[in-house]
Write a protein that binds this ligand. Structure first.
Ligand SMILES: *Cc1c(COP(=O)(O)O)cnc(C)c1O
Length: 431
């Protein structure tokens, strides 16, 4: 199977985290998002352990909460003792509502509004990751008005291409994110930050992209950042104590993707980064990583009920399901690959080539094209694996389709974490 939390039971039903997904679909209805909480905790522990062992005490992961945002995930982050990365007041608000201590939050984003800045400062967000000069000055102005200081990292763009999908590349020079080293703007914003009274600059941040399968783009970025740190030290005397290398480690979505041992990749990363720091002659700052996808993706599975099955004579077969781009827009946005299972008869011979499509009035509403499944029958349950990241958090109400429920699976038990949206929910703000 694709991941160890997916199997088939003696009824021929697909199981996830040891539980029969056909029974879960019956109990909670579809579309349904399942989350394997044990798996999320295991993924977090792998990162935590590897980071302390390889980079030393004080190095830790933050969960990039844009990958999956609901109260339950912040509760898990809190219990596992990791930080979170948030990009909006909405995410910070959700974290706080879950009892997450915002002093362990990092506030990202390339365009924090004055209201965002005021919220972050007044709610005690531990670290602001400042993207640009305008934001830095706006933050300083607010801090001087309220008489506070703020711990700050500066987002720097190292200018590398992580050889991944273009639309998610964010570390290159021409980018809406951060200040580039190549143009001198990174040095400029550092000097400005050091000159401001209420800004407590502790280090730098970079994030190069997503779905990266090996350590090389990270060590390449780290190398550039370490040289930048050496340059800043030489020119200003400032020695950063924290270097945040962002998120982006990949996840196995389909059989042809490799299995990734995150502990091993972090170990390789650390060995090279330590060596480079020694060569350059700087003390290695505390390293922070911000995984999103790799903490939650393989902990998710989406269940749908099959509706119409259609063969366009001379063309192809369409299997329609009761969800689609409103709950998983990733094929529509990026043509992302997914593995699909006919959960109701998971052992049946897969001999029906088809496109699995959603229910929206939109030809691009596709979950996956060119898959081969056992020929489904209306009413059967279809499962899409590895949907824990960037599905629920990207979900919309397009075509006024309510967002699915989230059910947490933990220690063989299931519990409702997010109720299915209702039609009333969708009109509740309409006056
Ligand atoms: C998206 C993002 C992450 C997480 O990326 P993943 O690929 O999900 O690990 C981390 N940091 C920043 C700044 C991001 O924008």
């Amino acid at each position: 199977m694709l991941h160890k939390n997916i199997a088939i039971n003696k009824e021929g039903h697909l199981t996830f985290a040891g539980q029969d997904v056909v029974s879960l679909a019956e109990k909670y209805g579809t579309p349904l998002m399942l989350l394997d909480e044990d798996r999320i905790r295991e993924n977090i522990r792998v990162y935590k352990k590897a980071m302390t062992e390889c980079f030393g005490e004080g190095s830790f992961p933050l969960f990039a909460s844009k990958a999956l945002c609901f109260k339950g995930i912040y509760r898990i982050a809190k219990e596992e003792g990791i930080g979170v990365d948030a990009v909006s007041v909405g995410e910070l608000y959700t974290a706080e509502a879950a009892g997450f201590d915002l002093s362990k939050a990092y506030f990202h984003g390339n365009n924090k509004t004055d209201a965002d800045i005021a919220f972050g400062v007044s709610h005690g967000v531990g670290t602001f990751v400042v993207d640009n000069t305008d934001e830095l000055l706006a933050l300083e102005k607010h801090l001087s008005e309220v008489g506070k200081r703020q711990r700050v990292l500066l987002r720097i763009s190292p200018g590398i291409d992580p050889h991944t999908f273009k639309a998610v590349v964010t570390g290159s020079v021409d980018s809406k994110f951060g200040s580039p080293i190549a143009t001198g703007q990174a040095e400029e914003i550092t000097r400005l930050a050091l000159s401001l009274k209420n800004i407590d600059l502790v280090g730098f941040h970079c994030h190069i992209g997503s779905q990266i399968f090996d350590h090389e783009p990270f060590t390449e970025a780290a190398d550039i950042m370490l040289h930048f740190i050496a340059l800043i030290r030489a020119k200003t005397g400032f020695v950063p104590t924290e270097l945040n290398l962002g998120g982006g480690l990949g996840v196995r979505y389909i059989e042809s993707h490799p299995h990734i041992d995150y502990a091993e990749v972090i170990g390789e990363m650390a060995a090279i980064i330590k060596l480079r720091a020694a060569e350059i002659g700087i003390d290695l700052p505390k390293i922070v990583l911000e995984p999103g996808r790799s903490l939650v993706a393989d902990a998710g599975m989406t269940l749908y009920t099959v509706g119409s099955i259609k063969s366009i004579t001379g063309y192809k077969n369409y299997v329609s399901i009761d969800g689609g781009m409103p709950d998983n827009p990733r094929y529509a946005l990026y043509e992302s690959p997914y593995t699909l299972y006919l959960a109701s008869r998971a052992n049946a011979e897969a001999n029906f080539p088809c496109s699995v499509v959603g229910r929206c009035c939109e030809s691009g509403d596709i979950i996956q094209e060119g898959v081969t499944l056992p020929k489904p029958v209306r009413g059967e349950i279809l499962a899409v694996a590895v949907t824990g990241a960037y599905n629920y958090s990207m979900a919309s109400n397009y075509n006024r389709i309510p967002r699915p429920a989230i059910v947490l699976l933990k220690g063989g038990k299931d519990s409702l974490a997010v109720r299915r949206e209702s039609n009333e929910d969708m009109i509740k703000n309409e006056v």
